[in-house]
Design a protein around this ligand. Sequence first.
Ligand SMILES: Cc1cc2nc3c(=O)[nH]c(=O)nc-3n(C[C@H](O)[C@H](O)[C@H](O)COP(=O)(O)OP(=O)(O)OC[C@H]3O[C@@H](n4cnc5c(N)ncnc54)[C@H](O)[C@@H]3O)c2cc1C
Length: 380
Amino acid sequence: MNFELDEFHEGFRKKVAGLARIHAAPYARKRDVQGTFPFEVMENLAEEGLLGIGVPKSYKGLGLDPVCLILAIEELARCDGASALTLAAHSLACGHILQMGDEAQKRKFLPAMASGRSLGAWALAEVRSGSDAASLRTRAEKKPGGWVLNGTKMFVTQGSVAGVYIIMARTGPDQDRHGISAFIIEADTPGLRPVARLDKIGCRASDTAVVRLKDVWVPEDSLLGQKGRGLVDALGILDQGRVGIGAMAVGLGQAALEASLAFARRRKQFGRTIASFQAIQWMLADMATEISAARLLVYRAAFLAAQGAPCTMQASMAKLYASEAATRAANKAVQIHGGYGCLRSYPVERYLRDAKICEIGEGTSEIQRLIIARELMKTI
Ligand SMILES: Cc1cc2nc3c(=O)[nH]c(=O)nc-3n(C[C@H](O)[C@H](O)[C@H](O)COP(=O)(O)OP(=O)(O)OC[C@H]3O[C@@H](n4cnc5c(N)ncnc54)[C@H](O)[C@@H]3O)c2cc1C
C-alpha cells in the first residue's frame, strides 16, 4: 500500500501548481468581485494542453489518466475556485463525448475542445428538475433526418460561453428514466440561446447560465450514445465528475489552511502570535486532518476510475466529505482571521463561498448520502 503520488503524478501536480500560480492566482479576487469569466486563464491552460487532460492523443489531448485531471482541478482550486469549476465542467462534457460518442463525434468535437477552441457545457438540470433528474421536461421530437428540441436548461456551467453543449432531453414518456437521451449541440445552432447569466454566492467568475432551446433542429448524428440511455449514461459520467468537485474542494480547503497558518503566525494579540493560542492550534489541526482525509478519499476514487473499476460509492463519499470538510475549513479560516476574514481583500471569505458551491453542484450532499446508502444496501 502506498499513500504517496508516484513520480509522474507528483511531477504533473507540481507543474500544474506552478502554472496555476502564474496564470490563475493573479486577478482571481478581481474576477470574483466583478464576476468576469476567466477567459485568459483558460487560454493559458489550453496552451499547456490542460483542457484535454483525459482526451486521448489521437484526438489532440494529453491522454492522461483521471488522477492527473483531479490533481489539475485541485491545484487550480488552490488559486482560483472559479477556474477549477470551469475545468471540471468542461472535462465532464469531454468525458461524455469520449465515453459515449461514436468515432465521427469524437473526431469532430474532441480536438477543438482539448485545444480550448471550444469549451464544453453539460446540461442536465432544469428549473423544476434538479436532484430528481428523471423529471426533466426538455423534449426532443423525432423528425425526418433529425430531432427538434424545446425546453430550458438551468444552472448550465459555461452556459453562455461554451462552443459545445451536451443536452439531456426527453425522447420517451414523462418521468421514464429510460425516456431520456443526450444530444451534442453546437453553440451557433439556431434556437439555442443563453438567456440569463446567474449571479452566484461563490465561484462567481465561473459562468452559470440559463439556456433556452426553441425549435432547435439537429441532425440525426447529434444523438450522443443510445436513444433512451441518456440519463443512465449521464449518471455514470457524474460519478467521475463528482471526484472532480471533491478535488476542487480539497484545493479550496488546502488554500484555507495555508492562508490561516500564515496569518496565525503573523498576527499578534496579547503580545503573542495567535498561532501560540491552543484554540487556534486546534482549529488548524482539525482543518489539516479533515483536508488530508478528504484528499485520500478523492485520490482513492480517482485511482479506481483510472483502473476502470466501479467507483459510484467512492466518488459520492469523496464529494460529500471533501465538500463539507472544505466548507468547515474555510469557515474556520474566516474565524482565525477575525475581522480581516470578513474583508474581501483577504481570500478566505472567497474560499468559504466557493466551497459551499461544492456541496451543491453535481448533486447535493443529501443526494450523495442517498447514493452511498443505496450502494451500501446492495452489499447486504
Ligand atoms: C454553481 C452551480 C453550477 C452548476 N452546474 C451545473 C451544470 O453545469 N449542469 C447541470 O446540469 N447542473 C448544474 N448545476 C445544478 C446542480 O446539479 C443542482 O443545483 C443540484 O443537483 C441540486 O438541484 P436543485 O438546485 O434543483 O435543488 P433541489 O433538487 O430542488 O434540492 C433542494 C433541496 O432538497 C434536497 N433534496 C432534494 N431531493 C431530496 C431527497 N430525495 N432526499 C433528501 N433531500 C433532498 C436537496 O439536497 C436540497 O437540499 C449547478 C449548480 C450550481 C449551484
